[in-house]
Design a binder for this molecule. Structure first.
Ligand SMILES: O=C(O)CCC(=O)C(=O)O
Ligand SMILES: [Fe+2]
Length: 256
């Protein structure tokens, strides 16, 4: 595995941050995943493309990809992959548990559009380019600065200065792996070509409460509330113990 780029979270935000799973910022690396597995995922993604929804962020995507495509589930839960990503992040990671956000496949191009400025609700993501044909534009653009400050600038000025934006070109065979929670980013508009990308979302296995998910966001994404029971039991059984444990440890620190 060769690492093409590495940036810490503090490098991106321009300040230390507290709400994070680790100092992971963004890394791009040669993933070495089996070509045949990714080709199968791409072929099945094309078959399902017409069922992919468009969201208000101008993104055409197929959510819950691991339920539709067993090969996505295989990669998502692959132990060697999770161990390697955990090593890169510096903390144990696990697949994101809210089913419809665990994995998705995005379709981007001049007609499908590209995802607009946002911060991720999920803590950590791996973007695996399945195809990138004849692409002009379409880089992952990351604002170097605070999310809220960047949003205010966007609202006031309509754009962000180029010299504060880092652009990463997606490459087939490489993953862009990052902690994009609380980090303002988008995909640069594409003037030609198409890119199909597999997004595999993750969180800290040790501190699963570190997350920017909002119930209103989940409801907007999936208004049938079919995710609710599973979500509440995750909060009860995983997130609450982790939150309490963190609070206890912080209390102990103060007592010393
Ligand atoms: O594929 C990309 O360039 C960015 C995708 C992204 O930010 C997202 O799906 O949340
Ligand atoms: Fe994102």
């Amino acid at each position: 595995m060769t690492t093409a780029i590495t940036l810490t979270r503090s490098d991106i935000l321009g300040r230390p941050s507290f709400w994070k799973v680790s100092e992971l910022g963004v890394r791009q690396f040669d993933h070495g995943y089996p070509e045949q597995l990714l080709d199968t995922i791409l072929m099945k993604a094309h078959e399902l493309r017409e069922s992919a929804a468009k969201t208000n962020l101008n993104l055409r995507y197929l959510r819950n990809a691991h339920h539709h495509i067993p090969e996505v589930a295989q990669l998502m839960h692959d132990r060697a992959r999770l161990d390697r990503l955990s090593g890169l992040a510096g903390v144990p990671l696990e697949p994101y548990p809210v089913d419809f956000l665990g994995s998705m496949i995005t379709f981007m191009g001049p007609e499908d559009g590209t995802v607009d400025w946002h911060g991720d609700s999920v803590p950590v993501t791996e973007l695996v380019a399945l195809s990138a044909d004849d692409v002009a534009g379409g880089e992952l653009a990351i604002y170097r600065g605070e999310l809220d400050e960047g949003r205010a600038r966007l609202a006031a000025e309509g754009e962000l200065p180029d010299d504060r934006t880092l652009k990463l070109t997606h490459r087939v065979g490489h993953s862009i792996f990052g902690q994009l929670m609380g980090v303002l980013h988008r995909t640069s508009p594409m003037t030609s070509g198409t890119r199909v990308t597999l997004n595999l979302n993750l969180r800290s296995a040790a501190q699963p409460h570190i997350d920017d998910q909002r119930l209103s966001h989940l409801a907007a994404e999936s208004p049938d509330f079919a995710w609710l029971d599973h979500y509440v039991s995750d909060v009860r059984c995983r997130q609450l113990p982790s939150l309490r444990n963190t609070a206890t440890l912080a209390g102990k620190d103060r007592d010393v």
